[in-house]
Design a protein around this ligand. Sequence first.
Ligand code: PLP
Length: 392
Amino acid sequence: MGALDFLDQELKQLRADGLFRTNRVLAGPQGARAVIDGQEVVNLSSNDYLGLANDSRLKEAAIAGVRDWGAGTAAVRTIIGTMAIHEELERKLAAFKHTEAAIVFQSGFTCNSGVVPTIVGEGDTIISDELNHASIIDGARLSRAQIVRYRHRDLDDLEAKLKEAQSSRRRLVVTDGVFSMDGDIAPLPGIVALCQRYGAISYVDDAHASGVLGEAGRGSVHHFHLDGQVDVQVGTLSKAVGVLGGYVASNRALIDWLVHRGRPFLFSTSHPPAVTMACIRALEIMESEPERHRRLWSNTAYFKAKLEDLGFDCGHSETPITPVIVGEGARAMEMSDRLMKEGVFAQGIAYPTVAKDKGRLRTIVTAGHSESDLDEAVTAFAKVGREMGLIP
Ligand SMILES: *Cc1c(COP(=O)(O)O)cnc(C)c1O
């Protein structure tokens, strides 16, 4: 009898429920086409929106980072783990987001889990969109503030919840900028207006909006012309930027506060130079090559229109995340497997990540896809969709 034997039972149950999974494995770089489980496929499941993850200039920057600055930093930021390049990246991010200052964390996840508890605590209320990311939920729990969920993108419900929280010391309204499962956009102008009316702090997680929405991909705040009106903007360096990391862009006071109270910043080692140098290069490319951003959106429009013409239910997506909703989770998984046989990878998503009857394939088009990649994908979707009776 081992102390971990209870896990055998748990894993057996997962298998019985058909929920046990093994990871798909890449045999080479991430990209619009990739070798997945030994097969070359059109890849519709990465977050590499701008095709930067395997860009030769980012790779050269990473190599220069190792050569000139070493493999690791061997200290947390607040002891002696801050290099000049870390601060250079933060200055570039603040300029990119049009804020006073920015601070980088190890990942988008640690950003949310670390930042929320520095803003609110006991006696405060967090008012959170019901479909917000897991890292926001973890940050909210760590804060010990009261957590209230409002209906997805529902401003009336948000207002009702703000009214109920009037007696709290502070109120924090948190939303994803772009929602990862449906590709819809938070109604930021309405959220900001309500935050101003009810004296709440506004916090937007732009993980799927940075590099995607707004001029040059500055994010959802810029997209809605709300520069300077959202208190806290979180972004990731792990999706469109193509590397790894998370950041907060805000006013100087919050950034200074995070240097003193952001626990992942204080207690976990800083990014290796290769990561930081590649991020700096990525930001330069995002600003100097707007055609990547345009290509992302023209590819998105092209692919979405083709899927809709075929008769698929693509939900309410407004961004390069296009769900193909098929119903039961098992159907989504079956469709994903069948597409793989046709040379297309689109991840199936089932309950509990989405509602029981809203199982789906989640596709993400990137700037790296060629028209023939997308045509190939559409042909496979048409064939499998007809075989499964999903489209006429
Ligand atoms: C992906 C994601 C994160 C996590 O970012 P990482 O840099 O991968 O840790 C946080 N928030 C949202 C909304 C995300 O989609």
